[in-house]
Ligand binder design. Structure first.
Ligand code: ADP
Ligand code: GLC
Length: 468
C-alpha cells in the first residue's frame, strides 16, 4: 500500500478559510478506495485540538521554535490525523493566519517552519511505527518541508509532491531569519529558495519537490506566463516537465446529493429570500460565496450590477475580506434586490448554493475554484470568467453549446465589467426561456464533479514516484 503524508495549514471540517481546506479534507477519502492511505499533518490550532478527541503523542521535540511540541495521532470520521501540538505557536484566538490587528502573525514563518520540520522528520524517520512513501506539501505553509527533508535527511527515500493552490501567496520571509529557521545557507541563491533577496517558502517547495502539481490544467499552463506566474513563472518554466494540473473535485459525501429540481430549488430559494430579506422576483436569483479580494473580481461585479438589476435579476452575496469592498457591497444592498451578508457562514453558504438560480464567480484568476462546482451539482448555473479552473469546469452557453445541448453555464471574456454585464444580461434572457434553462440545469447536474478521476491522477503520480 502506498502511504502518503499530506501537510496542510487547514483542513475541513476542522479548520477552513478557503478551498485548500476542502481539498485537504476530501483527498484522503477519495484515495482510500484506490488502496492509498493518506495521513494529514495539521497545526494544533484551538479548533483542531477541540475537534480531535482522543489522541496519543507519536513525536516530540523539547524546543521547536521557542517551546516544547509534540505530534498527536488522532482520528475523526473521515481523517487520519497527525496534529502538531505546539501551544506557543498555535494556541491563539482569532483567525489562523492573522492576529487581532488583521495583519499576519509576525511569527508565521516560524509557525509554519515548525510544521515543515515535523513533517520532514516524520517523512524521514517515521512516527508511530509508520513512515510515508510520499510527502505531499500544500501551498507555501508546507513549502519548507522539502528543503528540510532533503537537506537534513539526504538518504530518505520519500518522494515529494508540492501542490500550488494559489501562487499569489508565496510565504516571503526576510533573509535575517535564515539561520533561525534552520535553513541551509547554500539555498539562498536564485536557483534555490531566494526570491529577490528574501526567502520564498513556496519557491523552496517548487525547487526541492520531485513533482509539482496545481489544481487545474489551465492554471498549470497559465502559471508558466509572466501574467499569472507572479514572479515564479521562470522557476516553473525551468521545471515544466515536473508540473501538471489535477482538477479539484467535490466531496460528494459532504455536499448533499442533487435534489429534484422542481421542488428542491423552489424551496431553497424561498428560504434564501426569507433569510436575506429579498422580495419575490421573476428574474434569476444570483448568489456569490467568496473571499472578498482582488483575485475574486467582485469590484467588476459591482460595476456590472445594473445589468443584472435592470433585467429583473437579484443578488445575494455572502463574503468577507477587503474593507473597501465590504463597504461598497453594503452600499449596493441599499437596492431592495441586493442582499449582502458579511462574514463567514457555512450553513448560509450551503443554502445559497442550493437555492440560487445562478452562482457568480468573476475572478481575475482562479487556480481551480470550488463554488462553481458546488453550483453545478445543485443546478445553480455558474457564470464564470474564462481563467484557470473556471475555464476547465464550465461548458459555455455559446450558440454552438446551446445548439448541441451541452452548455452548463456562462463564460465571461475578456475579464472586464462590461463583458460581465453582457453575460448577466444574457443570463436573464436565458432564464426567461424555461426549456433552455432547464436543459442547462440538467446538464450542470450531470457533470462529474466528484473526486474519482482526479483521485486516480494523484494515485498514478504517487505510485510513479514511490516506484522511482
Ligand atoms: P478560495 O480557496 O480561493 O477562497 P475556492 O472556491 O476554492 O476559493 O474555495 C472557497 C471555499 O470557501 C468554498 O468551500 C466556499 O464555499 C467557502 N467560502 C468562501 N467564503 C465563504 C463565506 N463567507 N462563508 C462560508 N464559506 C465560504
Ligand atoms: C486556492 C484557490 C482556489 C482553489 C483552492 C483549492 O485557494 O484560490 O482556486 O480552488 O485553492 O485548491
Amino acid at each position: 500500500m502506498t502511504e502518503i503524508l499530506s501537510v496542510a495549514s487547514e483542513c475541513a471540517p476542522l479548520v477552513k478559510t478557503g478551498g485548500l481546506a476542502d481539498v485537504a479534507g476530501a483527498l484522503p477519502g477519495a484515495l482510500r478506495p484506490l488502496g492509498l492511505r493518506m495521513r494529514t499533518l495539521l497545526p494544533g490550532y484551538p479548533q483542531v485540538m477541540a475537534g480531535i478527541g482522543k489522541a496519543r503523542a507519536v513525536w516530540r521535540s523539547d524546543a521547536l521554535f521557542g517551546g516544547p511540541a509534540c505530534v498527536l495521532a488522532a482520528r475523526t470520521d473521515a481523517l487520519d490525523l497527525l496534529v502538531l501540538d505546539a501551544p506557543h505557536l498555535f494556541d491563539r484566538p482569532g483567525q489562523i493566519y492573522l492576529g487581532p490587528d488583521g495583519r499576519d502573525w509576525p511569527d508565521n514563518p516560524e509557525r509554519f517552519a515548525a510544521l515543515c520540520l515535523a513533517a520532514a522528520e516524520i517523512a524521514a524517520r517515521g512516527a508511530d511505527g509508520w513512515r510515508p512513501d510520499i510527502l505531499h506539501c500544500h501551498d507555501w505553509q508546507a513549502g519548507l518541508a522539502p528543503v528540510y527533508l532533503r537537506d537534513r535527511f539526504p538518504d530518505a527515500p520519500a518522494g515529494i509532491v508540492q501542490t500550488i493552490h494559489n501562487v499569489a501567496f508565496q510565504g516571503l520571509v526576510p533573509v535575517d531569519r535564515l539561520d533561525a529557521l534552520g535553513l541551509p545557507r547554500s539555498g539562498m541563491t536564485p536557483e534555490g529558495f531566494e526570491y529577490w533577496g528574501q526567502i520564498g517558502a513556496l519557491k523552496a517547495g517548487l525547487v526541492w519537490a520531485d513533482r509539482i502539481t496545481t489544481v487545474s490544467p489551465t492554471y498549470a499552463a497559465e502559471l508558466l506566463t509572466p501574467e499569472f506566474g507572479m514572479g515564479l513563472d521562470g522557476v516553473l518554466r525551468a521545471r515544466q516537465d515536473r508540473l501538471s494540473g489535477i482538477l479539484n473535485g467535490v466531496d460528494l459525501a459532504d455536499w448533499a446529493p442533487p435534489f429534484r429540481l422542481a421542488s428542491g430549488k423552489a424551496r431553497h430559494k424561498a428560504r434564501i429570500r426569507a433569510e436575506m430579506d429579498l422580495p419575490e422576483a421573476t428574474g434569476p436569483l444570483c448568489v456569490v460565496v467568496s473571499r472578498m479580494t482582488e483575485q475574486k473580481g467582485l469590484d467588476l461585479l459591482l460595476e456590472a450590477l445594473p445589468a443584472l438589476l435592470e433585467n429583473g435579476g437579484q443578488l445575494a452575496l455572502l463574503g468577507s475580506g477587503a474593507a473597501d469592498l465590504e463597504l461598497a457591497f453594503e452600499r449596493a444592498a441599499g437596492d431592495p434586490n441586493v442582499a449582502v451578508r458579511l462574514g463567514y457562514d457555512e450553513a448560509l453558504s450551503r443554502m445559497l448554493v442550493a437555492g440560487g438560480d445562478a452562482i457568480l464567480v468573476p475572478s481575475r484568476f482562479e487556480p481551480c475554484g470550488l463554488t462553481q462546482l458546488y453550483g453545478l451539482l445543485h443546478g445553480t448555473i455558474p457564470v464564470v470568467t474564462l481563467t484557470g479552473g473556471l475555464a476547465d469546469t464550465v461548458i459555455p452557453a455559446t450558440p454552438a453549446g446551446l445548439r448541441a445541448g451541452v452548455a452548463t453555464g456562462l463564460q465571461v471574456f475578456p475579464i472586464t465589467s462590461d463583458a460581465l454585464g453582457r453575460a448577466l444580461a444574457r443570463l436573464c434572457a436565458l432564464h426567461a426561456q424555461p426549456e433552455v434553462w432547464r436543459r442547462m440545469q440538467r446538464n450542470a447536474m450531470r457533470q462529474p464533479v466528484g473526486w474519482d478521476r482526479s483521485a486516480e491522477e494523484y494515485a498514478a503520480l504517487y505510485r510513479e514516484l514511490s516506484e522511482a
